[in-house]
Write a protein that binds this ligand. Structure first.
Ligand code: NAD
Length: 356
């Protein structure tokens, strides 16, 4: 099993290094994996002038799975759009056909006080957001900024085909079937025709899943319900832009964006795994970033791409034990607990893996 390691920018190299140690631990135990580093994002622009260079494209296409840190940094913000790090991210998703983004939003009981919401609202929270990743307004054409009638106008196109909606709906229904059997589809059908089609196709797809209860919600209401009563949700399915925003909102229910992993899968469960946060340039190079989202992303990789459920669960248990022991990076620190750096957090997860 070949794994491409794309550490990226900012805190990327620091957090991926900790997840790499965890993967190497399993290699030592006999798991047949090969790790190969590559460049994506700003570091790739610096080295080659392109955010998604040919060598990385080749490595990614050949790999069975990819572990990504994060890309981006203020030094790249004024580059032409096609050279910006984020374009590398969009390009790799598109090239590999990674249309299904799974974001588990789980609150560890040990972190209940790190959430900005009251404990009774978030205790026991366990939601899965299924976000479509290769369509919608982020990719739709025409797009641009141009002069019309003597002034600049900016425009983008929100577009989904029936087949794009149907394939993500199937992923979501199957995920709901493995969980509590409840799926909520989020759209804005009262205003946007594109999402009227979304609702129609999801409703039609539901006929193949009589064991799953489907509900629909408008995105503005969903944003409100996520902070009012988040535990009403089990699996949420939505488009690329709504999913981007709602999953960041939901991440804060768990206390820190530094805790949440994600998987982006193609139709054969080949995937790219990454924390949902960005490159956090404000804390890069200080050994204070939380590596747990990246370590948990490696667990998702073992589960979804390599069918190594035992190894995945062992990582999750080791993370939970580390939290139980009171180790906390800055973002989840509470008075009285053990303030821990990025590398030390990796040390503790490894120690807890070894002692299982
Ligand atoms: P961000 O997620 O990088 O950071 C938001 C806040 O969360 C910051 O205060 C940061 O310090 C904190 N944070 C993030 N990850 C953390 C971690 N592991 N541990 C502790 N604290 C953490 O979002 P941003 O500041 O809006 O964006 C910074 C850069 O990242 C931008 O260039 C943006 O384009 C890029 N970005 C990349 C991705 C990606 O690679 N998938 C996603 C989002 C943003």
């Amino acid at each position: 099993m070949k794994i491409a390691l794309l550490a990226g920018d900012g805190i990327g190299p620091e957090i991926v290094a900790q997840a790499e140690r965890v993967l190497l631990y399993f290699k030592q135990e006999g798991l047949k994996i090969e790790l190969e580093p590559g460049l994506l994002g700003g570091c790739a622009v610096d080295a080659t002038g392109k955010p998604f260079p040919e060598a990385t494209r080749k490595l990614s296409v050949e790999a069975d799975a990819i572990l990504l840190g994060a890309v981006g940094g203020i030094q790249y913000d004024n580059l032409p759009r096609e050279k910006r790090p984020e374009q590398g991210l969009l390009a790799i998703r598109k090239t590999l056909g990674l249309f299904a983004n799974l974001r588990p939003i789980v609150l560890y009981p040990e972190l209940v006080n790190a959430s900005t919401l009251k404990p009774e609202i978030v205790t026991g929270l366990d939601i899965l957001i299924v976000r479509e990743l290769t369509g919608d307004i982020y990719f739709g054409k025409p797009r641009g900024i141009e002069y019309r009638d003597g002034q600049k106008v900016g425009f983008n196109t929100m577009i989904y085909s029936e087949s794009e909606i149907r394939r993500i709906a199937h992923v979501a229904f199957q995920a709901a079937r493995r969980r509590s059997g409840r799926l909520c589809s989020v759209d804005k059908m009262n205003v946007l025709e594109c999402t009227q089609l979304w609702r129609d196709v999801v409703t039609e797809t539901a006929q193949s899943y009589p064991d799953v209860t489907l509900s629909h919600m408008l995105v503005d209401n969903a944003a409100m319900q996520l902070v009012r009563n988040p535990k009403q949700f089990d699996v949420i399915v939505t488009g690329n832009m709504f999913g981007d925003i709602l999953s960041d909102e939901a991440s804060m229910l768990t206390g820190s964006i530094g805790m949440l992993p994600s998987a982006s899968l193609d139709d054969r469960n080949r995937g790219l795994y990454e924390p949902i946060h960005g490159s956090a340039p404000d804390i890069a190079g200080k050994n204070i970033a939380n590596p747990l989202a990246t370590i948990l992303s490696a667990a998702m990789m073992l589960r979804y791409s390599f069918n190594e459920e035992t190894a995945a669960s062992r990582i999750e248990s080791a993370v939970q034990k580390t939290l139980k022991q009171g180790y906390r990076t800055e973002d989840i620190y509470e008075t009285g607990l053990r303030r821990t750096g990025t590398v030390e957090m990796g040390d503790m997860v490894l120690a807890n893996l070894q002692s299982q």
